[in-house]
Write a protein that binds this ligand. Structure first.
Ligand SMILES: [Zn+2]
Length: 455
């Protein structure tokens, strides 16, 4: 190992001051900041700015043309390399409140864990990154490289205005690499690295019939939009799970040899997943490497919602006048959500469904960083140094987010690193992180700065 220089002085400082760093995290946790409800957002931005200012920088609150502002700050370091940190100061709502074992806004410490809404997603990571800056400055003086913080306020509502920030301030996004907002350990305690996010193409489909719902006796001669919708949807995917839209898979990139090897090394969590889901098998009985390939290198076409006619108790003999479906397509590297939408539209038309209306209501590009990227190697090597374990490397992750806008669009490689774990319960009641992981996470960020400065 030994990819980092001797950081024992920095690590001891972190150990000696962990009470102080946990206290600073709790201060953030006690301030609710729910973008979806416009709750506590200004107060939270102020707290983050205060923490940044204490580290000797002058934070900026940057408007996003209609959304909550981005808190931005930079630190200059001993060389001209720049590492950026992407984070968000908003959190999910805490409900259902009665399922929490302690107040979600207390930051209570119990059984070696800190419990609070947003502690893993993503205030724990904000606090760990700030603490790493503090420890480095206290022990060594100036940082080993330049650091930027881009802390947005709308991640949990889909980052609707972050593109405005990137368009208005491209120079603030520039960096040699970025550490993404989330990260941590698997269910089995092994650190994990994610090198991308899936894209998304979200479409609403609508079929229309008579001008209003009608007596179903008229179904002999009056068209039924529910059937139109079902027939149209049936053309999108076969029972073998293959998506039938011509050209849909054309741009999807196949895994490299190195990525196949990384997949083969992923932990086997199939049974835990099945148990959590309450099902007894995956689609097509997928297992092992085939399952990993499907999860990380294949796009989806999902009916996320379906609505038509009478859906309450008992019977109502009605011929519906409308049918609506929501389609959520998760995209893999190189698929373009706008192109996919056009392919879908063409496919519907070619099959005689010109009457089905469609609207693209959400589009996000997939993002990918190479396994060979310097930052990917730095994060992996330093995980090994700090945690004493070789991380599992996921070529991408199943979720989506603004990685493309902030990183791929600028040619910046990014990687995850963080303080969460496999049962952190992000977005759910009893969200938590281990105090031990928080302290390790601070050291890990210090090691990443040290190591990346010398690449
Ligand atoms: Zn989240």
């Amino acid at each position: 190992m030994g990819s980092t220089t001797d950081l024992r002085d920095v690590y001891s400082y972190i150990d000696e001051h962990q009470g102080e760093y946990v206290g600073k995290l709790q201060r953030l946790l006690r301030q609710p900041s729910i973008a979806a409800q416009s709750l506590g957002m200004d107060e939270m931005a102020t707290l983050v700015e205060q923490d940044l200012a204490e580290l000797g920088t002058v934070p900026r609150r940057i408007g996003t043309r209609g959304g909550f502002p981005v808190v931005y700050a930079e630190f200059s370091g001993a060389n001209n390399r720049t590492l950026s940190f992407y984070n968000h100061y908003d959190v999910q709502p805490a409900d259902p409140l009665d399922e929490w074992e302690s107040d979600p806004w207390s930051g209570e410490i119990r059984d070696g864990r800190i419990w609070a809404r947003g502690v893993s997603d993503n205030k724990g990571n904000i606090a760990a990154r700030l603490a790493a800056i503090d420890a480095w400055q206290k022990v060594r003086g100036s940082l080993p490289l330049n650091v930027k913080f881009i802390i947005e306020g709308e991640e949990e509502i889909g980052s609707p205005h972050l593109q405005n920030f990137a368009d208005d301030h491209p120079e603030l996004c520039q960096a040699d690499a970025c550490i993404w907002e989330f990260g941590g350990r698997d269910i089995d305690g092994r650190p994990q690295i994610h090198l991308g996010l899936k894209g998304i193409c979200y479409v609403e489909l609508r079929a229309r019939g008579a001008r209003t719902d009608w007596h179903s006796a008229s179904a002999t001669s009056v068209p039924n939009p529910a059937w139109r919708m079902v027939w149209a949807l049936a053309r999108l995917k076969g029972e073998d799970d293959r998506i039938l839209i011509p050209g849909f898979y054309d741009k999807a990139v196949a895994p490299t040899q190195a990525e196949l090897e990384a997949l083969a090394d992923l932990p086997d969590t199939e049974q835990e997943r099945l148990d959590d889901l309450g099902i007894d098998r995956f689609i097509n009985d997928l297992t092992g490497q085939e399952l990993h390939l499907k999860d990380y290198f294949q796009p989806t076409c999902t009916i996320s919602g379906l609505l038509s006619g009478y859906t309450e108790k008992g019977q109502k003999t009605v011929l519906p006048s409308q049918a609506m479906a929501k389609l959520d397509m998760r995209l893999v590297a190189n698929q373009d959500p706008h192109e996919i939408y056009e392919l879908l539209r063409k496919h519907l038309d070619a099959n005689g469904f010109t009457d089905i209306e469609s609207e693209l209501i959400g589009a996000g590009y997939p993002a990918r960083t190479s396994l060979e990227a310097s930052i990917a190697k730095v994060v992996a090597e330093t995980y090994e140094d700090v945690y004493g374990q070789v991380p599992a490397i996921y070529p991408t992750s199943a979720g989506s987010g603004p990685w493309y806008q902030l990183c791929d669009a600028f040619g910046i490689d990014a990687c995850t690193a963080g303080v969460g774990h496999g049962r952190s319960q992000a977005h759910a009641p009893n969200e938590n992180i281990f105090v031990e992981d928080f302290v390790l996470g601070i050291k890990h960020i210090a090691a990443i700065m040290d190591c990346f400065a010398r690449r």
